[in-house]
Design a protein around this ligand. Structure first.
Ligand SMILES: Cc1cc2nc3c(=O)[nH]c(=O)nc-3n(C[C@H](O)[C@H](O)[C@H](O)COP(=O)(O)OP(=O)(O)OC[C@H]3O[C@@H](n4cnc5c(N)ncnc54)[C@H](O)[C@@H]3O)c2cc1C
Length: 582
């Protein structure tokens, strides 16, 4: 039970399916100068990870003009950091049905089975097309793509490149393909272009973005870009926590902008904390080095400080159990033994194998003073992946006409409460294709007319970037890997105190916009984490340690209304038919 009474934040449930929740007030806009220039395209794609690049490349072949904007440079984002690989049922002995079952089990009852079926069925062809585009995957002596296994998978189905540099290779291949068409007048690519907010028309449809460009000439400072369709592919929000595997650009800008514009945002409480992130000492913050699950896939295992393999007996897959199971077991062991890390033992895999199979991980560990061939590696869970985001249907459409979301910033329902390892690159690939096809079909059918943005009304807000660390601390302490009614209430209160600070002292600019996005998402995430009184997937509550299917087989959605109030609603998520526990 909660150690303190739940704060007076939440109205009692009106009905299980539609609850009025906390009076969370979010403004419509980030404070920013008025646009000083404007551009027009058929489609705007925001972000240049696997989702954005795939979507822009496919759209370019189908619509007249595509504008691809990205916050820093093209290869900056989580995609280039992906190590383990991309999951797809490519082996003759594997099947899409088995991939589906593993995904449903990992998702802990909340996956949308139709979305998962789409992912696993279309995935293999999309991966083959990526190979056709030039991505070089590791191959065996017969020339077949080598497949490995990661947590939660019952088959070897993870294709990898450069050993442990899969994302880098995928990013390289997609950017090379983009460079081949960059001179085409049908596509414009703008780097150092940060999307601030979404523009909407009188009927509430999304018709463009405001963006800040660090450029030269006419396109510099804040401007407006309008289009028939906007695709958000802005990645995750790992920087909301003090330590994460995500790069600095992962500040949830797209999800926050969509929330402010009134889009439905779902499953935000399901944050994946990766079990084996290299532990660099107390107080180490920002992006932390990941030790891929593929290392365990090749035979490494977790031990506590006494050398005990405590994952054995906890789950039939032991060290390769789904991520939430392993992370939770590690957190429990850390708490029982009063230490802040456990160890990964890969020494028996041998120097030669480790260097050949995991060159980047071995090099990074050595830089930091650990040799996986001879040392136990200190590891602890850290934020890794956002399973929730902007809610979409199977075509990537959000609840706002004209707005699409793709990749980690979206919530297609594929991941449920917990993403199966290496399904995220695949999700970006599969749904980017679907979005490009949907935009094309709808534009051809006259369903995506050009609309003009309506006059800017509603509140604007900005939090000074000096407060970013306070947001991160509040989130780590209150809404981190293990939460409670008390801790989430504290996070909500700390973030509300920041919201109540006198306005007007923050200078508009990238750091303040990112900080305010983290702050808005932190408030939203803490609210749904507070409401969900059970433990499931990436959401772990110390005061409600068990999964509660009788009450919580539901998904929570946040949505901001015109009066600035953001409410939470629930809808049932039927248990996936035929999912069998591992
Ligand atoms: C260390 C690490 C290892 C991983 N390993 C794997 C793995 O092995 N397999 C797997 O499937 N997944 C893995 N993942 C997860 C996976 O990499 C990501 O989920 C996936 O790459 C997300 O792709 P994306 O295109 O949605 O976003 P990203 O690749 O993060 O790209 C987001 C893009 O949006 C841009 N952007 C953000 N905000 C704005 C803004 N306001 N304006 C303009 N542009 C903006 C960014 O600059 C970036 O270009 C890993 C993640 C990490 C961090």
């Amino acid at each position: 039970m909660p150690t303190t009474p739940a704060p007076a934040l939440v109205s009692p449930p009106a009905s299980p399916s539609a609850r009025a929740a906390a009076p969370l007030r979010l403004p419509r806009w980030l404070s920013a100068p008025s646009p000083g220039w404007s551009v027009e395209a058929d489609a705007i794609v925001v972000g240049s990870g696997i989702a954005g690049l795939t979507c822009a490349l496919r759209l370019r072949e189908r619509v007249d003009t595509v504008l691809l904007v990205t916050k820093t440079v093209l290869d900056e984002g989580s995609t280039a950091w992906a190590q383990g690989g991309i999951a797809a049922a490519l082996a003759p002995e594997d099947s899409t049905e088995e991939h589906l079952q593993d995904t449903l089990v990992a998702g802990a009852g909340l996956c949308d089975e139709a979305a998962v079926r789409t992912l696993v069925t279309e995935g293999p062809d999309r991966v083959r097309e990526l190979v056709g585009l030039g991505a070089v995957f590791d191959r065996d002596l017969e020339g077949e793509i080598k497949l490995t296994r990661e947590g939660g998978h019952h088959r070897d189905r993870i294709a990898h490149a450069g050993g442990d540099a899969t994302g880098r290779e995928i990013s390289r291949a997609l950017i090379a393909a983009l460079h081949q068409v960059m001179d085409d007048p049908g596509i414009e690519v703008v780097e150092h272009a940060l999307v601030v907010d979404l523009l909407t028309s009188d009927d509430g449809a999304v018709c463009g973005v405001t963006l800040h460009v660090i450029g030269e000439g006419q396109i510099d400072g804040v401007g407006a870009a309008t289009a028939r369709a906007v695709v958000l592919a802005t990645g995750g929000f790992g920087q909301i926590y003090a330590s994460t595997t995500n790069p600095p650009v992962s500040t949830g800008d797209g999800v926050a902008a969509a929330l402010r514009a009134g889009a439905r945002v779902t499953d935000l409480e399901f944050v994946q904390f990766h079990p084996t992130v290299l532990w660099l000492g107390e107080g180490s913050t920002g992006q932390q080095p990941l030790i891929s699950e593929a290392v365990r896939g090749e035979g490494a295992f977790v031990v506590d400080r006494d050398g005990v393999r405590f994952l054995h007996g906890l789950h039939p897959l032991a060290d390769l159990a789904p991520r939430d199971v392993v992370a939770r077991a590690i957190l429990n062991r850390m708490s029982e033994t009063g230490v802040d890390h456990v160890y990964l033992d890969a020494r028996h895999l041998g120097r030669e194998f480790l260097e050949q199979r995991f060159p980047s991980i071995v090099a990074r560990c050595r830089e930091l003073g650990f040799d996986p061939a001879t040392d136990l590696l200190p590891v602890a869970p850290a934020q890794h992946y956002a399973s929730g985001g902007v809610e979409t249907d199977l075509h990537g459409r959000t609840s706002l006409d004209g707005l699409y979301a793709c990749g980690e910033c979206s919530c297609t329902g594929v991941h449920g409460a917990n993403r199966l390892a290496s399904n995220s690159l695949l999700e970006g690939l599969v749904f980017a294709h679907r979005i490009a096809d949907d935009i094309t079909a709808r534009a051809d059918a006259g369903e995506l007319p050009r609309r003009g943005p309506c006059a800017r009304t509603g509140d604007a807000e900005l939090l000074d970037s000096a407060h970013r660390i306070e947001v991160q601390r509040a989130m780590t302490r209150g809404s981190g890997p293990v939460r409670s009614a008390e801790s989430t209430a504290e996070a909500i209160a700390s973030l509300a105190a920041l919201a109540a600070l006198p306005r007007g002292d923050a200078e508009p600019g990238p750091h303040a916009w990112e900080t305010t996005n983290l702050h808005h998402l932190g408030q939203a995430l803490s609210l749904v984490a507070h409401l969900r009184e059970e433990s499931r997937g990436g959401h772990v509550r110390s005061d409600f340690p068990d999964r509660d299917d009788a009450r919580w087989l539901t998904r929570q959605t946040l949505q901001r209304a015109a009066d600035d109030l953001t409410t939470v609603s629930e809808r049932p998520a039927p248990a996936p038919a035929g999912a069998v526990e591992a």
